[in-house]
Design a protein. Sequence first.
Length: 61
Amino acid sequence: MPQHSHAPTRICPNCSGHATAHIATGVRLRDGSRATVPVTCPTCHGTGSVTRPLATAAKAA
């Protein structure tokens, strides 16, 4: 019985699939760890993949 293959997801050209990053603020917490701020990619809104029109428009630019 044949297996169905799904279309591969289109990775965001701006973040290369790493949609969320945690940036250290430089402030230390009481336990000695550093405070971080999560930042999401503005293009894919934190999903890591984009729809076809966004993927093709980014390559043309």
